[in-house]
Design a protein around this ligand. Structure first.
Ligand code: NDP
Ligand code: BG6
Length: 514
């Protein structure tokens, strides 16, 4: 990327050019984007805003129309008002926003009745493009209505002349069996190339960068294996609790909410072999292959936690998970988990992959950390610390390698320091797109690389289902940890036991402070 100031549209223009290469994407085609569940939270906070940003930046095909669909009696004006706080509209963009909403229509109807969907079909036919338009259906819906809605889309709403694509949001089931049932249902209705299963972590800049870092450089490849890597740690931390969303969360828990999808996706990109090409299926074949080498997680390799209030904390920090009025009083649902996985192949045998995730912790952070082994044959009297390569996904995207260097000046002793690629300073003028922007654009382009294939999903559930069932059957109690802490100390003990070494000696001096 250039260091010259680039406008957002220029950056996206470049991106679109890259994405459209080799793809059947015709700028002149008419597209209709249907938001199923247009009255809901996801639609309001994520889907409408994302469509607006893509539209505003001129990234969507010229003739794209948006149709909201839900049970409630709504108007476009009502949707616009509900979405407004999330649209981030600059004063100069008011006119463009009106053009965007002039492309929007809304239809209310049932999720289960075929007639309502026939009506939706007629409505889409009445839009420019008629039966030639390509159709995208975004399911921003609770899983309870997935079956009905997808069946009705298939039976009543498919374009006969254009293509049809269906975007599905997690949760994709609760365990292997329910996920397989959903997959069987979907595959009876649509072909795999019509189904786009979203894991929004695959749309994040640094998650996408993992492949380029690994396979576009010579320096990492030869040490990316069990000979040099002592341990891999994949982390997701949030500094807030469930905040009234506990009703949904309590049914799933942190393993289903974050670990089985976001963290495992990152793991597969870190651990997979080099694909034959960057085509969607070559990449996903490698991801499936590496997942197949992972044995189901055993409970003895897991620490579960649930946050309790901090009496000294401020505001929500005083509140325990169980104080959330939408959470059952006796809930044993984990809001924190650390699990150790092993990849049984020639590259990784014996290397622990530590997956850590939790809510109400001390900071917001998602990262991949490779900790390398000690240097054999030490000549520095034990003063060297292990190297680490950290890919920080958020906040403040960065790649840094913790390393030893000579203490500057009249010394000859090693000192901990880092090689540092901080995006905010290296790519000062580049605005990184939101994960949903990239992913929705990929659906228009027909690129499935950053979407979850059904066999990947099956493997992910195979790895976690026995553990999830055991936790439920044995009613395993999570360890309490304080809101705003690093989680239960037992989790650090587990990481230590499997080989992660924390010295507490590394001090970061931020040279980028503006
Ligand atoms: P640290 O040595 O502080 O932490 C390394 C790892 O040890 C982390 O995974 C951390 O987990 C874990 N850890 C922390 N405390 C304990 C403990 N008591 N027991 C066991 N494990 C522990 O190094 P970092 O790489 O995290 O760097 C320190 C700071 O410097 C960070 O805030 C980092 O973002 C910043 N930095 C920023 C850079 C940049 O912006 N370009 C470059 C280099 C550093 P946990 O995540 O839970 O704390
Ligand atoms: C979602 C989880 O998938 O990811 C949420 O359901 C979590 O619980 C969210 O808060 C985190 O996403 P991000 O992009 O804010 O890291």
């Amino acid at each position: 990327m250039s260091s010259l100031p680039l406008s957002r549209s220029e950056v996206f223009g470049q991106l679109r050019k890259e994405l459209h290469e080799d793809k059947e994407f015709h700028q002149s085609d008419v597209h209709v984007f249907v938001i199923m569940g247009a009255s809901g939270d996801l639609a309001k906070k994520k889907i409408y805003p994302t469509l607006w940003w893509l539209f505003r930046d001129g990234l969507l095909p010229e003739q794209t129309y948006f149709v909201g669909y839900a049970r409630s009696a709504l108007t476009i004006e009502g949707i616009r008002t509900a979405c407004l706080p999330y649209l981030k509209v600059a004063d100069s963009e008011a006119e463009r926003l009106s053009v965007f909403f002039s492309r929007n229509t809304y239809l209310s109807g049932s999720y289960s009745e075929g007639d309502s969907f026939s009506h939706l079909h007629s409505h889409i036919l009445s839009l420019p493009g008629g039966n030639m338009a390509n159709r995208l259906f975004y399911l921003a819906l609770p899983p309870s209505v997935y079956h009905d809605v997808t069946r009705n889309i298939r039976n009543h709403c498919m374009s006969a002349k254009g293509w049809n694509r269906v975007i599905v949001e997690k949760p994709f089931g609760r365990d292997l069996q329910s996920s397989e049932e959903l997959s069987a249902h979907l595959s009876a209705l649509f072909t795999e190339d019509q189904i786009y299963r979203i894991d929004h972590y695959l749309g994040k800049e640094m998650v996408q960068n993992l492949m380029v870092l690994r396979f576009g450089n010579r320096i990492f490849g030869p040490i990316w294996n069990r000979d040099s890597v002592a341990c891999v740690v994949l982390t997701f931390k949030e500094p807030f609790g469930t905040q009234g969303r506990g009703g949904y969360f309590d049914d799933f828990g942190i393993i289903r909410d974050v670990m089985q999808n976001h963290l495992l996706q990152m793991l597969s990109l870190v651990a997979m072999e080099k694909p034959a090409s960057t085509s969607s299926d070559d990449v996903r074949n490698e991801k499936v292959k590496v997942l197949k080498c992972i044995a189901p997680v055993s409970l003895s390799d897991v620490v579960l936690g649930q946050y309790v209030g901090n009496p000294q904390g401020e505001g929500d920090a005083k509140l325990a998970y169980l104080d959330d009025p939408t959470v059952p009083k006796e809930s044993r649902t984990a809001t924190f988990a650390t699990a150790v996985l092993y990849v049984h192949n020639e590259r990784w045998e014996g290397v622990p992959f530590v997956l850590r995730c939790g809510k109400a912790l001390n900071e917001r952070k998602a990262e991949v950390r490779l900790q390398f082994t000690d240097v054999p044959g030490d000549i520095f009297a034990g003063h060297c610390r292990r190297n680490e390569l950290v890919v920080r996904v958020q906040p403040n995207e960065a790649v840094y390698a913790k390393m030893m260097s000579k203490k500057p000046g009249m010394y000859f002793s090693p000192e901990e320091t880092e090689l540092d690629l901080t995006y905010r300073s290296r790519y000062r003028d580049v605005k990184l797109p939101d994960a949903y922007e990239r992913l929705i654009l990929d659906v228009f382009c027909g690129s499935q690389m950053h979407f979850v294939r059904s066999d990947e999903l099956r493997e992910a559930w195979r790895i976690f289902t026995p553990l999830l069932h055991q936790i439920e059957q044995e009613k395993v109690s999570p360890i309490p940890y304080t809101y705003g802490s690093r989680g239960p100390p037992e989790a650090d003990n587990l990481s230590k036991k499997v080989g992660f070494r924390y010295e507490g000696t590394y001090k970061w001096v931020n040279p980028h402070r503006l």
